[in-house]
Design a protein around this ligand. Structure first.
Ligand SMILES: [Zn+2]
Length: 74
């Protein structure tokens, strides 16, 4: 009975991609400071938009509660 040798799988070294321009990078999170800056700015705008939407939704719900309970404060 011969022992079967597993074929050595050639793997690419662990790498990531720049979230802004998708360039392959190794140790950093971004390929350049410029990409980091751009990405973080975009992320900030996205978060701000979500907060605004959540805030608007919460405001509308409160407004409806006030209207239905007949206690409109303005
Ligand atoms: Zn990049």
């Amino acid at each position: 009975m011969g022992k079967k040798k597993l074929e050595e799988t050639v793997k690419l070294p662990q790498h990531k991609h720049c979230p802004e321009c998708a360039k392959a990078i190794l140790d950093q999170d971004y390929c350049s400071e410029k990409c980091k800056d751009l990405f973080e700015k975009r992320l900030f705008k996205k978060k701000l938009l979500i907060y605004l939407q959540v805030g608007a939704a919460a405001f509308l719900i409160l407004l409806m509660l006030f209207i239905y309970s007949g206690q409109l404060p303005f």
